[in-house]
Design a binder for this molecule. Structure first.
Ligand code: SD4
Length: 303
């Protein structure tokens, strides 16, 4: 039997790993634990970047992105630009399990959710609307221009990676994406290989931050392939951050704020982020043993 472990992005990842480790300790599969953990964050209205209470796009509509992946078989599913359904990760799982497809978008994803019995809801809260208004472009000094043409926002996708007692890996990535994004904009989070990739034979990896920069380098697949080639999860995360930095240099822009986490089949974890991202992540190895850790920051000049 393998000692289970679960890892999730940002301080609210503690909510996710707390929920997920209970299931793992009972012998539940990694994907179930990762989805339960992600859903605890989706349901939290205080987290205004994931699920219910997420920040809206430029025309005031909340559009959610999510994907899930099962490391045993590489089965995966995703939804993008999803409106009015608060549990995009659970719906992504239905795409994986009940359709021959990997990704459903927009109205089609919503239609599928209704068909699957998901209730329709207004996802904005008075608090998320107030925060959205505060962050309206022009309401505040613009953030420094970066590789992603980065507007002022905080980075708050929840990506959850889990290893269960049988040694299988599962992962979830779920977000409302960048606040004030263009309607229809899809980030890295629902894209297999970008926001998430999971393969039992190599490792699991996920990202958060400016999605355009993560998509550009296929961030999560890159990390998993680095682990397959023998790198530790920590080295794999640092490799992709260096890739983001090098690409920003080539493009003549400051590196975007991005962060990555990784977990291998041995239960080793890693995390790294670009400069000034101040990325923290949560790790649980047993119920009541939750740690919040600070990721290594790597700037363009760091070797
Ligand atoms: C996106 N990667 O939509 C997401 C946003 C994010 O922390 O991670 N914020 O680009």
């Amino acid at each position: 039997m393998v000692d289970p472990v679960i890892i999730a992005t940002w301080p609210f990842g503690q909510t996710a790993v707390n929920a997920g480790i209970e299931l793992l300790a009972q012998g539940q599969p990694s994907l179930d634990a990762a989805i339960a953990g992600a859903q605890a964050v989706e349901d939290d209205p205080k987290v205004n970047s994931v699920g219910f209470g997420g920040l809206a796009n430029s025309i005031g509509t909340v559009q959610l992105d999510a994907c899930v992946m099962d490391g045993r078989t590489l089965a995966c599913g995703g939804v993008a630009g999803l409106e009015n359904i608060r549990h995009p990760a659970a719906l992504a799982r239905r795409v994986m399990e009940k359709t021959p497809h990997v990704l459903l978008v927009g109205e089609g994803a919503r239609w599928f959710g209704i068909k699957e019995g998901f209730p329709l809801e207004v996802l904005s809260t008075p608090e998320s609307l107030a925060e959205w208004e505060k962050r309206r472009p022009g309401n505040k000094a613009p953030a420094p221009k970066s590789g992603g043409g980065e507007p002022p926002f905080s980075h708050d996708t929840v990506t959850v990676l889990a290893l269960d007692q049988k040694g299988n890996l599962g992962g979830v990535c779920t977000t409302s994406g960048l606040a004030h994004k263009l309607p229809g904009r899809v980030g890295d989070s629902p894209l297999i290989g970008s926001g998430l990739y999971v393969d039992d034979t190599a490792g699991a990896a996920g990202g958060t931050g400016v999605g355009e920069e993560i998509i550009r380098i296929g961030g999560s697949l890159l990390m998993v392939e680095a682990m397959r080639a023998g790198q530790s999860p920590q080295d794999a995360c640092e490799l992709v951050v260096r890739r983001v930095n090098a690409l920003a240099l080539r493009r003549g822009v400051p590196p975007a704020k991005v962060a990555f986490i990784a977990l291998d089949p041995k239960g080793r974890v890693g995390a790294a982020c670009t400069a000034q991202t101040e990325f923290q992540y949560a790790v649980a190895r047993a119920p009541k043993q939750v740690e919040l850790l600070k990721a290594k920051e790597i700037g363009p000049e760091d070797k």
